[in-house]
Design a protein around this ligand. Structure first.
Ligand SMILES: *Cc1c(COP(=O)(O)O)cnc(C)c1O
Length: 387
């Protein structure tokens, strides 16, 4: 995390109560023996790794990250704050040196392919590992074909590997309301688990995990021993299809409360007269005299350039249009109807102001993407405050 944040930059507010609500909603989907894991990859989906860790760590059973450096940071914070070590699983790529460091710090890793035998060949320290099965996503993991042979190195090197889990990841839960593909993946997953169990003798119980936010909510058969919930714990629905499926399946739709708001103080308020242009390319021409506000936020901070001339932000509970292009470090908004004078204002880019709300989904629609990308791309250089 940075030590120095500009006082003039936009900032992120995190709602601790919203996180608590979302954990509760997800816990209520699981039985008491099923564990809840929180996915903190991508700077905790843009919410800020350190802040999100401090809120979620006491509330969940396992933390998942992609980058081993994030796992090492968490171990550092635990030591500095005299907190007990939480279970951490690194889902992403690691070098052998990082893997050895994980072993030393009690961090679990995921074995994503046969090249992992090199770890054993170099006689590295013993590591707790989860075997990643590619059951249909076509991304990392072993396919079922010749699985026994491909994972034999795990059995042959018991001093290097302690296999504690088997995992997979769904390809097509969020985009559909019928889950045939996911059910096929579950069958493959069961088959793979059986192969693993017979190939790895004297094995302790394998922890099985495949569910992410969407399937934890709408496909009970996917729960297994542990869920890896990302977007849902931040209070965002994985997709509208998932929300529709969840509505059908639940007597009462579980509540997810967005934990993140994005705010920005005005840099300058000024008047532009009818006919004058705003921003690069002169793509906006004022149709009348306007009071406009310059906000020090732009695409460098993660405010998508696709929002040029399309989006609005909120000031005093009013929608204020983004005028002209989104620039690297600036946007200009129309506050003519939102204010009565030229006093400084605070704009809400994401979140609630009065009766108005700008959701990550709304911003994603403007930017032709998904809510995941909107929040994850919010610059790590911005200050995150827990409310
Ligand atoms: C990102 C990710 C998740 C979490 O997905 P959400 O849809 O955000 O819940 C779970 N498992 C793996 C392997 C992932 O990469």
């Amino acid at each position: 995390m940075r030590d120095c944040f500009s006082d003039r930059a936009s900032w992120i507010e995190l709602d601790k109560v919203a996180f608590e609500n979302n954990v509760k909603s997800y816990r209520s989907e699981l039985s008491s023996s099923q564990k809840l894991g929180s996915v903190l990859k991508g700077n905790a989906y843009g919410h800020g790794l350190c802040q999100t860790w401090s809120i979620l760590s006491p509330l969940v059973d396992v933390l998942f990250v992609i980058d081993p450096c994030d796992a090492f940071s968490i171990r550092d914070w635990e030591t500095k704050q005299s907190k007990a070590r939480q279970r951490i699983v690194v889902l992403g790529a690691v070098s052998w040196q990082e893997a050895a460091q994980c072993a030393a710090q009690g961090i679990e890793v995921v074995i994503d392919g046969p090249h992992w035998k090199e770890y054993a060949e170099a006689k590295h320290p013993k590591l707790k590992v989860h075997v990643h099965m590619d059951t249909g996503l076509g991304r990392e993991g072993f396919t079922l074909e010749n699985l026994e042979q491909k994972i034999s190195f795990l059995k042959e090197n018991p001093t290097c590997f302690e296999v504690v889990g088997v995992m997979s990841h769904f390809a097509d839960v969020e985009d559909v309301t019928h889950q045939e593909y996911a059910l096929d993946q579950l069958k493959n997953f069961e088959q793979a688990t059986d192969v693993l169990k017979t190939t790895l003798p004297k094995q302790a119980v394998l922890e099985r995990h495949i569910a992410q936010s969407a399937s934890t909510m709408i496909l009970n058969a996917s729960h297994c021993d542990l869920s890896r919930v990302g977007i849902g714990l931040y209070g965002l629905w994985p997709s509208s299809e998932t929300k529709i499926s969840a509505k059908v399946m639940h007597a009462q739709l579980p509540t997810l409360k967005p934990a993140l708001s994005w705010k920005c103080k005005s840099q300058l308020i000024k008047h532009v007269s009818a006919g004058s242009c705003v921003g690069y390319g002169c793509t906006y021409k004022a149709p009348r005299d306007l009071r406009v506000c310059l906000l020090p936020v732009g695409y460098f901070d993660g405010y998508p350039r696709l929002l040029s001339n399309k989006a609005h932000v909120l000031v005093n509970g009013h929608q204020c249009k983004v005028l002209g292009r989104v620039m690297m470090n600036h946007i200009v908004i129309d506050i003519t109807d939102a204010t009565k004078n030229d006093d400084p204002v605070v704009a809400t880019l994401l979140g609630t102001d009065g009766n108005e709300r700008i959701s990550a989904e709304q911003m994603a629609a403007w930017a032709e993407t998904i809510n995941y990308e909107i929040v994850t791309r919010i610059g790590p250089h911005l200050k995150r405050i827990i409310k």
